[in-house]
Design a protein around this ligand. Sequence first.
Ligand code: ADP
Length: 190
Amino acid sequence: MTNLVLFGPPGAGKGTQAEFLKKKYNLVHISTGDVFRHNIKNQTPLGTLAKSYIDKGDLVPDELTIKLLNAEVDKTPTAKGFIFDGFPRTHAQADALAGLMQSKNSEITAMIALEVEDEILINRLLERGKTSGRTDDADTSIIKNRITEYYNKTAILKDYYTAQNKYYGVNGVGSIEEITIRLSSVIEGL
Ligand code: ADP
């Protein structure tokens, strides 16, 4: 299996790139943000709970997020591999993911990070907010809180995967096609 963690701050372009990469490499794309939004749209109990965190730009608690991720992975037992987008976002989530992969006699192959400066991120997210209908993209203070959550809780995962020799950084500024090429060259070198 090839199991990739696509990493980077909010607005780095993970979801956009995952759409291309999943087709190119025949991997199952799991975006925890998309699963939460699907639950919010369908007004499930999980969605209602998650919404209270997401609307503030806070992370959803680990226990809930890990359960949701496990259930998503279980939906495709025949997958050749996964692209995890937006997960893990904390140390506990990374440990849980390692355990889950191990239970499938597999492991995370690589974390590939899209590197983009904060100022560009804020502009991209505000721009996306004009059409996405995402309440967490509409307001600068919520966006800033998401970026703060990223630096406080998520950015440390660079060290986590670097210690396992699995971290690859890619410049996330450029055209969508250029960035897909950069990511592909990392994936093909794995
Ligand atoms: P972005 O990367 O643009 O912030 P996502 O769609 O990945 O967008 O996530 C949107 C929101 O969903 C996050 O701000 C957070 O509240 C919640 N979320 C998504 N994934 C996780 C996760 N792994 N752990 C905790 N919260 C999460």
